[in-house]
Design a protein around this ligand. Structure first.
Ligand code: NAI
Length: 385
């Protein structure tokens, strides 16, 4: 079980490119990176607009002198400092990933890059070569693959629990772009523009997520042939908003992947089902704590995150044990946010005008337990409160 202790002696000195105010993914990077004190956010070029980026950096506690106008200045200025950054996360639109990753590696920095890494295999291979030569780590943020139940699935396949793997059925099919919302939403606009998104919309934007889940779960996953049909259903779109992909895998298994942004009514619809000769497993990202385990001829089982019966490799990264919903981290963060605002207002002599579980909530809990015990000890009788 992870107790949030440091996994590295000193937190990695870290910066972000992109992920500024209003971005979809910036906060998720920051809150995930700093949670276990493994990374310290010291610098950044957070926004396409330098002024907005600096203001945002300052607002999240970064030294104003280390909020840079662009990533090239970030790398150059940080290289001059004795305490300069060692790693950078890139959370900008897809078209920038190649040049930023390359420049970061050439500046001697480890990189965490958003997906897709870049647009062309030769560019990706080039980045891999530079990283190998420089001895630098490049992580690609296929974020769902870090879930404990994906490790459990990997261990089940490796141990033969499913038998011989025959079929892999993947999808990431949401409905959020079922109309031309790119006309108003800047984060969707670039996703539909080949100059910024690359040669694909949904295949790259969402399809690559379950593809990597399959790669993570099946250690010998290797595509031999592939067939893809893609289409744009919303008028005037250049890039596809729906795609079906069929794959023949080495060893004889077959895989399908459905990537869509027009699956009306679906929030994410990310799923992976692995079918073997004895049993199947299935995982949905919207209910990530459960892994369905269905053995042919037996009642279906649901494996729960954190449960003691999971394989040890899956339990190593358990954080909050079974039963506690993962949303607890968000709920606790909201309370810490309110505690902080209340403490700050108290320092300034201001009155707090919002609720949080305060001392009166504590008193009420204590009194309630006391009264319950009193009632029970008197033989389960009515007592005055
Ligand atoms: P967004 O459009 O919401 O935010 C992009 C941010 O990057 C903005 O703050 C913008 O000002 C900044 N930016 C753009 N160009 C920049 C530059 N040259 N220098 C500095 N900052 C720059 O985009 P979103 O949705 O956050 O996506 C960013 C990346 O994250 C994309 O590659 C996307 O595919 C990926 N993504 C990954 C997810 C995952 O689950 N791993 C989920 C959502 C997005």
């Amino acid at each position: 079980m992870i107790n949030g202790e440091k996994t590295v002696e000193t937190p990695i000195r870290w910066a972000m490119i992109g992920g500024g105010r209003g971005s979809q993914i910036g906060y998720i990077h920051r809150s995930s990176a700093v949670r276990d004190h493994s990374f310290a956010l010291l610098a950044g070029a957070f926004d396409l607009d330098p002024g907005r980026g600096k203001e945002f950096g300052i607002s999240i506690g970064v030294d104003p002198d280390r909020c840079y106008a662009d990533y090239r200045t970030l790398f150059a200025e940080e290289a001059r400092r004795e305490d300069g950054i060692e790693a950078v996360s890139i959370a900008t639109p897809n078209s920038t990933h190649y040049e930023m990753t390359k420049a970061a590696l050439e500046a001697g920095l480890h990189v965490i890059c958003e997906k897709p890494l870049c647009f062309k295999t030769e560019e990706a291979e080039e980045l891999a070569k530079i990283a190998d030569e420089m001895g630098l780590v490049v992580g690609v943020m296929y974020g769902y693959s870090g879930h404990q139940m994906i490790e459990q699935a990997r261990q089940m396949v490796a141990r033969g629990d499913l038998g011989e793997i025959r079929l892999i059925n993947m999808q990431f099919a949401h409905g959020a772009y079922h109309t031309a919302i790119e006309k108003e939403n800047p984060a969707v606009k670039w996703r539909m523009d080949p100059r910024l998104a690359g040669p694909s919309c949904v295949i790259a934007d969402v399809g690559t997520h379950p593809l990597f889940l399959a790669e993570a779960i099946l250690q010998d996953f290797e595509i031999e042939q592939l067939l893809c049909s893609r289409k744009s259903f919303v008028e005037d779109r250049v890039l596809e908003d729906n795609a079906f992909i069929l794959m023949n895998l080495k060893g004889g298994a077959q895989a399908t992947l459905w990537a869509s942004a027009i699956n009306c009514g679906s929030l994410h619809g990310q799923k992976i089902r692995i079918i073997g000769s004895k049993a199947s497993i299935e995982w949905l990202d919207e209910q990530p704590n459960q892994l369905a385990y269905e053995i042919e001829g037996e009642p279906a089982r649901v494996l729960e995150r954190g449960a003691a019966y999971l394989y040890p490799e899956a339990l190593v990264e358990d954080r909050i044990s079974a039963g506690h919903p993962e949303g607890l981290f968000d709920a606790w963060s909201n309370l810490y946010r309110r505690f902080a605002i209340a403490m700050n207002q108290s320092k300034k002599g201001e009155k707090t005008d919002f609720w949080f579980p305060d001392i009166r909530a504590g008193v009420q809990g204590v009194k309630w337990v006391e009264k319950c015990v009193e009632s029970a000890d008197k033989g389960a009788v009515w007592i005055e409160y």
